[in-house]
Design a protein around this ligand. Structure first.
Ligand code: 5AD
Ligand code: SF4
Length: 475
C-alpha cells in the first residue's frame, strides 16, 4: 500500500525530470486479465482528466477489457476524479454511494478511484475508514502501472491503494484511445509550479514537467495522418512551457513549430497571464491555423486579493495584456475564470472584479465560489465572508458576464463563420453541432456528409451559450 502524502507532494527539488519511453509494460499475464469483462470510466473535472481517461481506456483495452455502454453493464468501474472544489468531491462520494448499491447485487464487480482526489491524503484516509470495499485507488503519477495495480487487487481481493506523492517524471509510451475522431488533446506539460494559494493542482499533479518538443510534434503529425482536424495543446499553465527544459525553447517556439505541421486548427489551454509573452502573441497573429481563442484566467480584479492569491500580476498589468491581445487579434474571443468570496474579499474588492469584467467584456467566463482545499495556504486564511454574500456576489457576477456573452454572440448574427462539424446535436438529432474558430458552440442545419469537416456556417440565431446556423454550400 502506498498512501499519498501532502508534505511530499509540495516538495520541489532541482532533480532533473526523466523522460521514460518504455515504462508502460504489458506482459502476457496482464493481456488476458480483462478478457470477457467490460469497463466503464466516469470522468470528472478538466480536459487533463478527460485526456487521462483516454489513456486509461487504452490501457484497459490492452488488457482485453471492452468498453461498457453504461455503468450498470460494467464489471469494472473507475472514477477519474477532480479535486479542484468541494462540490466535485461531494459528487464523487455521492456516486460511490450509488455504486455500493449496485455492488450489492453484483459482488464480483470491481470499483476504483483515480485522478486528483486519489492524490489527497484526506480522501484516501476517508476511503480507508469508510469505503474499504473499493478495489483500487491509484493516482495521477502511476496511470501507466494500472495493469499491475489491478492484477494485485484481483489476486488479493483486497483494496489496493497505490498513490505516489512525487515531483514526477514523463512517461512517453502510454497508449491512448481518443474519444473523438476529429479533435484531439495533446499534453505538452504536466504539473504546475505556480502554487496559487487557493489551488490544489500543484499538490495533485506534481512539478511542472514539459514534454520534449519532438515528442509533441511527432504526436501532432500522427494525428494529422489519422485525419484529425483540431489539436488542443494541454497544460495547467501552458505559457510556462519549456522553462523547465534545459534548452532554449519557449511556448512561442512550440506553438510556431506545431502550427507549421499544418494541422488545420490549433488551440492551447490554459494560459497564465503572467507568462504570456509578446512572441506568443506574434505567433498567434501570424498563423491562421492558431485559433483566435484565448482563455485568460483573471481570478480576481482586486490587487489586494490577487496578491493574497499569489497570482503575481495586478489588475493593471492584466488589463494591459488583455488590450494588447485584443489589438493584435481583434477578431479573437477571450474567456476567463473568476473566483468570488476568496478569504477576506470585501465589497470593494468585488467591485474591482466587476470593473475588470466590464473593461474586458469577456466572451464568456467560468465563475466559482472559493472552496478551501486542505493543505493549500488559502485554506488557512480567515474566511470571514458569509456564504450568503458569496452567493449574492456570484449571482451578480454571473448576470454581468452572461450579458456580455450574449452581446458577444449577437455580433455573430448574419455572419458566415467556419465551424468544425463534430456530429449530431445533443438536444436535437436532426441537427448537427460544432464549434467556431473562436470556440462558440453552434447548432447547425445541414447534411450529415459534412461531419468531420470545417465548413462555412451562416449564423441565424443566438442565445447566451450557443448559436444556431446553417451550412452555406458552395460558398
Ligand atoms: N476554489 C474555487 N475555485 C477554484 N479554482 C481553482 N481552485 C479553486 C478553489 N480552491 C478555479 C480557478 C481555476 C479554475 C480551473 O478553477 O478559477 O482557474
Ligand atoms: Fe492552480 Fe495557479 Fe497552477 Fe493554475 S497556475 S493550476 S490556478 S496553481
Amino acid at each position: 500500500m502506498q498512501l499519498p502524502n501532502l508534505k511530499e507532494a509540495k516538495v520541489r527539488t532541482q532533480k532533473e525530470v526523466v523522460t521514460k519511453t518504455n515504462d508502460y509494460i504489458i506482459t502476457h499475464d496482464l493481456v488476458e486479465l480483462g478478457r470477457g469483462r467490460q469497463y466503464y470510466v466516469k470522468t470528472y473535472g478538466c480536459q487533463m482528466n478527460e485526456h487521462d481517461t483516454e489513456n486509461i481506456k487504452a490501457i484497459l483495452e490492452d488488457m482485453s477489457f471492452t468498453e461498457a455502454g453504461s455503468m450498470e453493464e460494467a464489471d469494472l468501474i473507475l472514477l477519474n476524479t477532480c479535486a479542484i472544489r468541494e462540490n466535485a468531491h461531494n459528487k464523487v462520494f455521492g456516486m460511490i454511494g450509488r455504486i455500493k448499491h449496485m455492488k450489492e447485487t453484483k459482488p464480483e464487480m470491481m470499483v476504483g478511484l483515480c485522478g486528483c482526489m486519489a492524490q489527497e491524503e484526506s480522501v484516501v484516509d476517508e476511503i480507508l475508514e469508510k469505503y474499504r470495499w473499493l478495489d483500487v485507488v491509484f493516482g495521477t503519477h502511476n496511470i501507466h502501472q494500472l495493469p499491475r495495480i489491478l492484477k494485485e487487487a484481483m489476486v488479493t481481493k483486497k483494496l489496493n491503494v497505490d498513490v505516489l506523492s512525487i515531483e514526477g517524471d514523463i512517461i512517453e509510451n502510454v497508449p491512448v484511445k481518443r474519444d473523438h475522431p476529429y479533435k484531439a488533446w495533446v499534453n505538452i506539460m504536466y504539473g504546475c509550479d505556480k502554487f496559487c494559494t487557493y489551488c490544489i493542482v500543484p499538490y495533485t499533479r506534481g512539478k511542472q514537467r514539459s514534454r520534449k518538443p519532438h515528442f509533441i510534434i511527432e504526436e501532432v503529425k500522427e494525428l494529422i495522418n489519422a485525419g484529425y482536424k483540431e489539436v488542443t495543446l494541454l497544460g495547467q499553465n501552458v505559457n510556462a512551457y519549456g522553462k523547465d527544459l534545459k534548452i532554449d525553447y519557449t511556448m512561442a517556439n512550440l506553438l510556431e513549430e506545431v502550427a507549421k505541421t499544418g494541422i488545420e486548427r490549433l488551440r492551447f489551454v490554459t494560459s497564465h497571464p503572467w507568462d504570456f509573452s509578446d512572441d506568443m502573441i506574434r505567433v498567434i497573429a501570424r498563423y491562421d491555423n492558431v485559433m483566435p481563442y484565448i482563455h485568460l484566467p483573471l481570478q480576481s480584479g482586486s490587487n489586494r486579493i490577487l496578491k493574497l492569491m499569489g497570482r503575481r500580476y495586478t489588475k493593471e498589468s492584466y488589463l494591459e495584456l488583455f488590450h494588447k491581445l485584443k489589438q493584435a487579434l481583434p477578431y479573437s474571443a477571450i474567456t476567463t475564470d473568476i473566483i468570488v468570496g476568496f478569504p477576506g474579499e470585501t465589497e470593494a474588492d468585488f467591485q474591482d472584479t466587476l470593473e475588470v469584467v466590464k473593461a474586458c467584456a469577456y466572451d464568456s467566463a467560468f465563475t466559482f465560489i472559493f472552496s478551501p482545499r486542505i493543505g493549500t495556504p488559502a485554506a488557512k486564511m480567515l474566511d470571514d465572508v458569509s456564504l450568503e454574500v458569496k452567493q449574492k456576489r456570484l449571482h451578480e457576477l454571473n448576470d454581468l458576464v452572461n450579458g456580455y456573452s450574449r452581446k458577444a454572440n449577437e455580433a455573430y448574427l448574419g455572419k458566415i463563420v467556419p465551424v468544425l462539424i463534430e456530429g449530431s446535436s445533443e438536444n436535437n438529432a436532426e441537427m448537427l453541432m460544432g464549434y467556431t474558430d473562436t470556440m462558440k458552440l453552434v447548432n447547425v442545419t445541414g447534411s450529415k456528409q459534412f461531419i468531420g469537416q470545417i465548413v462555412p456556417v451562416k449564423i441565424t440565431d443566438v442565445k447566451t451559450w450557443s448559436m444556431t446556423g446553417e451550412i452555406v454550400e458552395n460558398a
